[in-house]
Design a protein around this ligand. Sequence first.
Ligand SMILES: Cc1cc2nc3c(=O)[nH]c(=O)nc-3n(C[C@H](O)[C@H](O)[C@H](O)COP(=O)(O)O)c2cc1C
Length: 186
Amino acid sequence: MELMEAIATRRSVRQYTAEPVDRATVEALIRAATLAPSAMNSQPWAFAVITDAEKLQTYSEQVKAAVLAEIDQNPALARYRTMLSDPNYHVFHRAPVLVLIYARTDGPGAAGDCCLAAQTLMLAARDMGLGTCWIGFAHGFLETPAVRAELGVPDHCRLVAPIVVGHPAAHPDPTPRDEPRILFWK
Ligand SMILES: Cc1cc2nc3c(=O)[nH]c(=O)nc-3n(C[C@H](O)[C@H](O)[C@H](O)COP(=O)(O)O)c2cc1C
């Protein structure tokens, strides 16, 4: 696939087949992510992978409960109340793989660098016929001290990007984007 085609057709995939993604493929995606640019080539990322479907199911339930518990204090989340109350809604979309991208340093550019790695991983996945979706809902939960301790996340690492990966059951059509707002062209 040409790069511009991958960019134009990448979508957040929310339906996956049950087919696993093999370890070599996940490793190839992580390696691709590390080709992203970073400030002073600092490469401040670290990766973790969860493929345990039972754990992801349990986490999904816990994320839903945690987000619902704070929904009244956060009006921006109100529109997700029905979705998160649905027992069939799986926060990780039943994808077989969750890749976690952590910043290993608290330098000013680290989070941005990790976002670049995340986008590179998502485009590489698209090129390989795989689907991805960034799961922002899970971020707060995955950063709680209890979950960090359970997963064994080193103290100096901060989660930037939780991204599920899997074989798409269907690939969504591209969605329209707003016209770019160009502030200057001097
Ligand atoms: C920081 C961030 C957090 C996101 N969190 C979620 C999420 O929790 N669940 C989900 O299904 N999609 C999530 N998404 C996907 C967005 O909804 C999606 O990127 C956006 O609607 C544009 O659609 P597209 O990715 O298909 O082009 C997130 C995307 C980003 C960048």
